[in-house]
Design a protein around this ligand. Structure first.
Ligand SMILES: Nc1ncnc2c1ncn2[C@@H]1O[C@H](COP(=O)(O)OP(=O)(O)O)[C@@H](O)[C@H]1O
Ligand SMILES: CC(=O)OP(=O)(O)O
Ligand SMILES: [Mg+2]
Length: 361
């Protein structure tokens, strides 16, 4: 069983031999999602894999116990939209008979070199307080790159890849030879492009101004940046792209501008992350927003001519995992359905096999 608490959805799936055989999806905890978690509805579960976006310095999945839960609870402030939901899911699942394995978004980014990981702050501050770029959406990136390799039959030419994850959270990751070398999200999942309800990157001086001038109180700032910014804050809607596009269709100017800003900031991040690669073999679009809004992806891709990116409208309008760039064009552009559950299952199975084989780390 896999549990993926995203910031706008909770996805619980049953995976067997690498394929999903049942799923329950909700936008918050309810009977649909918590029932299977109690392991009564799906009784034959061998292992439960829970997505934790923040694992701190952990590089591999781990079987949860009370001590590790307490360690992960210390990271709540660094991922307030996600970590409490993952902790709640894990605690429920731990009431059942199967072992519960935590898999981390951050693990995939452990390979990021120091030059891309260190913030330009005083060394004392960063070293003593563990301030560094962690990166998130790692499970999604791992699945998407694996899927790209399958689609092009292991053609080694696609080794330098940008993975653009467009869910409620939005990020861009530069991947070289299967390893993350840079990513837009940082110490927390706030940095980077504009998101559904998160601001993405803003001038740090602006935040200092808000606090110094007492325009926003310290205790309100997190709420403003995580819950009331991004598409939601700019358009006055929920931030779900469906609502924003509906408001734009009704002629609401704020909603139209919000989409323009979203597109612009995401293109800018894609351009920035491309510079962390030596060349660009492939650009992968994934996540709920990308999958359900190919027109928006086409609009973003349409403004990336400077990177050589081109897409074919007919292919954009098709369905399923696919190449959407013209035949022979480089970089190749892919649309891949996000399947974090398959990556969760793979990692949890591997973790259990290591333990059963007597390997402890
Ligand atoms: N069936 C759907 N039709 C249209 N858009 C959808 C649909 N499902 C999800 N989306 C879009 O995907 C977004 C959520 O993406 P997702 O990757 O599932 O989010 P999360 O970050 O919670 O994991 C929603 O805000 C919505 O815009
Ligand atoms: C890390 C993150 O923002 O995840 P999600 O898009 O699932 O909310
Ligand atoms: Mg998600």
């Amino acid at each position: 069983m896999t549990v993926n608490p995203g910031s706008s959805s909770i996805k619980v799936s049953l995976v067997e031999n690498g394929g999903e055989i049942d799923r329950a999806v909700a936008d918050r905890w309810d009977g649909v999602t918590s029932e299977p978690l109690r392991q009564s509805e799906w009784p034959d579960v061998d292992v439960v894999a829970v997505r934790f976006v923040h694992g701190g310095d952990r590089r591999t999945p781990v079987v949860l116990d009370e001590e590790i839960l307490a360690e992960l609870a210390n990271l709540v402030a660094l991922a307030p939209l996600h970590q409490p939901r993952s902790l709640m899911a894990a605690k429920l699942a731990m009431l059942g008979p199967a072992p519960v394995v935590a898999c981390f978004d951050t693990s995939f980014h452990a390979s990021i070199p120091e030059a891309a990981r260190v913030y330009g702050l005083p060394r004392d501050l960063t070293v003593h307080n563990g301030l560094r770029r962690y990166g998130f959406h790692g499970l999604s990136c791992q699945y998407a790159t694996r899927r790209v390799t399958e689609l092009i039959h292991n053609d080694p030419a696609a080794t330098q890849v940008l993975c653009v994850h467009m869910g409620a959270g939005v990020s861009v990751t530069a991947i070289r030879d299967g390893h993350s070398v840079d990513t837009s999200m940082g110490f927390t999942p706030l940095e980077g492009p504009v998101m559904a309800t998160r601001s993405g990157s803003v001038d740090p001086g602006l935040l200092v101004h808000l606090l110094e001038q007492k325009i926003v109180r310290v205790e309100e700032l997190s709420d403003v940046l995580y819950h009331h910014s991004g598409l939601a804050g700019m358009s006055g809607t929920s931030g779900d792209l469906r609502d924003v596009l509906a408001a734009r269709a009704r002629g609401e100017r704020d909603a139209a501008l919000a989409v323009e800003v979203y597109v612009h900031r995401l293109r800018r991040e894609i351009g920035a992350l491309a510079a962390s690669l030596d060349r660009l073999d492939a650009v992968v679009f994934t996540g709920g927003v990308a999958v359900h809004n190919p027109d928006l992806v086409a609009e973003i891709a349409g403004g990336l001519g400077v990177l050589g990116v081109r897409v074919v409208n007919r292919l954009m309008a098709a369905h399923g995992d696919r190449v959407v760039s013209p035949w022979g064009a480089l970089p190749r552009v892919f649309m891949i359905t996000d399947r974090e559950e398959l990556e969760l299952a793979k990692q949890a199975e591997a973790a259990m096999a290591r333990i059963e084989g007597g390997v402890t780390s």
